[in-house]
Design a protein around this ligand. Sequence first.
Ligand SMILES: *Cc1c(COP(=O)(O)O)cnc(C)c1O
Length: 377
Amino acid sequence: MRFETKAIHTGLDIGNPSKAVIPPISPSTIFEIDADGRNVNDLHYTRLGNPNRLQFEKLIETLEEGKAAAAFSSGIAAASAVLQALKPGDHIIIPEDVYAGNRKMVTDIMLRWGLKADFIKMTDLNRIEEHIKPETRLIWIETPSNPMMRITDIEAVAELAKAHSGSQKIFTLVDNTWPSPVNQLPLRLGADLVLHSTSKYFGGHSDILGGALVSAEDDDLFDQIRLIQKIGGAVPSPQDCWMLSRSTRTLAYRMKGHNEHAAKVADFLQNHSKVADVYYPGLESHPGHEIAEKQMSAYGGMISFLIEGDAHEAIRIVGRSKLIKRATSLGGVESTWEHRVSSEGEGSITPDTLIRISVGLEHVDDILEDLDHAMKE
Ligand SMILES: *Cc1c(COP(=O)(O)O)cnc(C)c1O
């Protein structure tokens, strides 16, 4: 089956004895055990497992073409589970422009627990190779990166990690939140783990917080991740899992709209006199375009651009929109934008003239008219 069909039909039969076409929400925290000690689907207690969570995990595992998946209460809880699955003294290589919350988690929490990390520019393979040490266990990739839209060659990094793996394997993780599996399938390219903030395109309507990890193998690392999911306890509610499965049914069609609209907006921005630079991997002028073309089927709904002038001018422009909402986050049906460095804070390498836009599913001409208006004097 193709992606669109799998998105609509996967996971419905799990924990659904009445064969409802749309499975019910199972709010129960406890599941009855038979007199002979058996229980259906190995369910006991909702933190350890719930029908709605199992349904969503099967769905995202299938769409990312993995062998195991674990859902979390946020993207950052999923990211944190990966790092907690490593040991004190283990070393990771992570992008210098990694999602700001993940950077803070590494520097302010995980380093105190003995993790070692190098933050580097991930577009440079030699730089990555130079930083691999005997203790390196994980290479973290975010492509396109947030908000600089840098492109990392997933296949090349996965090969590098395999070539340097000894008795201790070096895992590659791809944060696939921005492209979604509609546009990019990291496990097919040789990555070991995929991370999602399902708060973004999977949820798609700016009303669910969630995260997930999908693994190429049901291996020892994933056992450890599952332990942290269940015993760390950062699990999503049955209601949120049900909502996520519902939203995922339309993911492919929403992404097609985001892709199409963003390509038009990127083109508009590129030809605008107030814009100094546009970062969108679909543009031929983007330094990562060739690699993006190789590993992505389309380029997503996120664009960053630099304004001619200073930070005040960028803030003024964002302040003038009437349709595009001034808000952080991304991936909703509505267009949002922000002066990014204002919400990233300390340690950010984002230029202060950068505006980040999440191009929504309104009529594209309405989005373009609002942009045109906001960028006028
Ligand atoms: C939002 C985001 C996260 C964090 O996810 P939350 O659901 O907000 O915890 C991680 N990575 C990327 C790329 C994101 O955009």
